[in-house]
Ligand binder design. Structure first.
Ligand code: NDP
Ligand code: 8X3
Length: 250
């Protein structure tokens, strides 16, 4: 039977590219995000390849998340694959200058939002004794970099939650995977720098990962045989060695 995948943050970057990759492979899709127009445009494009349903909610609003997932039509209710991708960095400041609203936003989206969506979907996976959850962490979840403080903490939390999920869901045969990318050229830095031109220079002088590169890895993880679970994967652009070491042309 064709598998159903729910992707959060499907309106841009890694989530959107994953939606295209999954559609190409014939998976049925539930695409989530706040920007309705983008959801509609992507749905229209992907419906040429597969069956698509969209859900529009802010992942920070617990009741809206639960209501949206509860509203799924019968043919989309049994979700086989959950891609917890929605997330962003907000700001890049030393801890002493950090904006508390930015901290709240990152923890609310990257950590609490991921938990709300998971809470809404896991019970049907445990009931069926099957499913695959992929949490999009980050190299920032493995290594803290200067001024990354709270964003890095939120991604360390994603990694801890992933490990906790894998332990607790192990008796149910549910796969849990963390995919942790280094620098990927998406709208990520535009969001982080809130329209500041600083965003334009982040991916200059080297070849960053493209969203498509990560999407292909995500599809590789979900398409392994039943007995194989990729637990934790770290991927950098070749020019990047760790969070602070990137070879850039001058
Ligand atoms: P983008 O900014 O391109 O995409 C972020 C996605 O998250 C959008 O679809 C956005 O949708 C969604 N989102 C953000 N806030 C909310 C919210 N409150 N409610 C619902 N959806 C929300 O960035 P990326 O594709 O790069 O980021 C995707 C994931 O990858 C994130 O978790 C990020 O931390 C992670 N990552 C990114 C890296 C990079 O270098 N780009 C590297 C490592 C990890 P909308 O605005 O429509 O709601
Ligand atoms: C995003 C990676 O290094 O740009 O998670 O913060 S980084």
């Amino acid at each position: 039977m064709t598998k159903i995948a729910l992707i959060t943050g499907a309106t841009s970057g890694i989530g959107e590219a994953t939606a295209y990759e999954f559609a190409k492979q014939g998976l049925h899709l539930i695409l989530c995000g706040r920007r309705v127009e983008r959801l509609n445009t992507i749905k229209e494009a992907l419906e040429k390849l597969t069956v698509v349903h969209t859900l529009n909610f802010d992942i920070r609003k617990r009741h809206k998340v639960l209501k949206a997932i509860d509203s799924l039509p019968e043919n989309f209710k049994n979700i086989d694959i959950l891609i917890n991708n929605a997330g962003n960095a907000h700001g890049l400041d030393p801890i002493q200058d950090g904006d508390i609203d930015d901290w709240d936003t990152m923890i609310d989206i990257n950590v609490k939002g991921l938990l709300y969506v998971s809470k809404a979907i896991i019970p049907q996976m445990t009931k069926r004794h099957s499913g695959h959850i992929i949490n999009i962490g980050s190299s920032a979840g493995k290594e803290v970099y200067p001024k990354g403080n709270v964003y890095c903490a939120s991604k360390h939390a994603v990694l801890a939650i992933t490990e906790g999920m894998r332990l607790d869901l192990n008796p149910y045969g549910i796969k849990v995977t963390a995919i942790n990318p280094g620098m990927v050229e998406t709208e990520f830095s535009k969001v982080r720098f809130k329209g500041d031109p600083a965003a334009d220079s982040v991916y200059k002088g080297f070849k960053a990962l493209e969203a498509k590169d990560v999407a292909e890895i995500i599809y590789f993880a979900v398409s392994r045989p039943a007995h194989v679970n990729i637990a934790d994967l770290l991927v950098f652009p070749t020019a990047q060695a760790n969070s602070t070491t990137v070879q850039k042309e001058l």
